[in-house]
Write a protein that binds this ligand. Structure first.
Ligand SMILES: O=C(O)CCC(=O)C(=O)O
Length: 303
């Protein structure tokens, strides 16, 4: 668990949403269900994250120290990872999808060493009644990959996906490790960031190399989708976070707050272009901020 500081961070004024998708990136993401952004993480940050990643692993008393490892709710487990909740290199992309109800749904740290467990083809999200039934176009989860080690070749525990497969509910290769025509085996340099649509079919290559694959995954969703890695966050830990981080963790006492957060949760961000906390001319003035719908980036694009 975390070691929360006793310091409570006072709320600062709302800030403008950091940059997100370019129109071209959005088109690629929606077409392929996947987006690769090279050099998104500076070499200094890659080095810093790797040191934190290694230190985190070393502190654990792992039963299988040579095997696959996945830590969940990473951001609450070590104060060093708190910055990942709302880091400006990716949070604007999540905000473009989920706007004022954006939530960090899962944060993970992974290692994939030689011979470690690696998963079968699958999409993410619910199986029996997938998100696609209700949301055949827009993702209800977006998973950001922070790649901290070079993956120059195949068979290094690479992430593999079938671009464009996020509209196909049934695949014969489900729950197999089969190689399929059209698959993309991610090779990339450390410092690459990827975005994945939840419904994209993906699997993991075996690692037959001596390089240990190290990465973070951060998954965002609307607040009203169930969390993947926690029930609630520790209130003392929440008190150490900045305003945006605290909102993004979406830790509420009242169940319906995940659908209708209380007034103090708005705005999450101001409009990045206008600085406004609300959309103009859509409601009469008496409608208060927390009860207003605000357009997301993709809605504005299709106006
Ligand atoms: O580790 C990976 O590359 C992918 C993991 C995965 O399949 C998932 O997060 O759903």
């Amino acid at each position: 668990m975390s070691s929360p500081s006793a310091v409570s961070v006072a709320d600062s004024a709302p800030i403008a949403a950091p940059p997100g998708f370019t129109d071209e990136q959005w088109d690629t993401f929606m077409r392929d269900g996947f987006l690769v952004i090279e050099d998104a993480i500076s070499p200094e940050d890659v080095e810093r994250y790797l040191a934190l990643h290694d230190a985190f692993i070393q502190r654990l008393n792992r039963r299988d120290p040579g095997g696959f490892f996945n830590a969940e709710n990473l951001v609450e487990k070590d104060p060093a990872f708190v910055e990942l909740i709302d880091h400006p290199r990716h949070i604007g992309f999540a905000y473009d999808c989920y706007g004022e109800l954006t939530k960090l749904q899962q944060s993970q740290l992974m290692i994939r060493p030689r011979g470690g467990w690696h998963n079968f083809w699958h999409p993410d999200g619910p199986r029996g009644l997938p998100y696609n039934v209700f949301s055949p176009h827009l993702p209800l989860q977006v998973k950001f990959g922070y790649w901290l080690t070079d993956l120059p070749e195949h068979k290094m525990g690479n992430f593999v996906c079938l671009p464009g497969s996020h509209h196909q509910e049934y695949q014969d290769f489900y729950d197999t490790h089969d190689s399929v025509p059209g698959e993309k085996i991610l090779t990339c340099k450390a410092g690459t960031m990827t975005l994945m649509h939840n419904a994209l079919w993906h699997r993991v290559e075996p690692n037959e190399s001596d390089m240990v694959r190290k990465n973070f995954f951060l998954t965002y969703s609307p607040a009203w989708i169930t969390n993947q890695d926690r029930w609630h966050s520790d209130p003392a830990w929440l008190d150490t976070l900045n305003r945006e981080q605290r909102i993004l963790m979406r830790s509420y006492d009242w169940a319906y707050d995940w659908a209708k957060p209380k007034a103090d949760q708005f705005p999450l961000f101001l409009d990045r272009d206008t600085g406004a906390d609300r959309d103009p001319d859509v409601y009469p003035d008496h409608v208060v901020l927390g009860r207003r719908k605000r357009l997301t980036y993709h809605e504005k694009r299709s106006l």
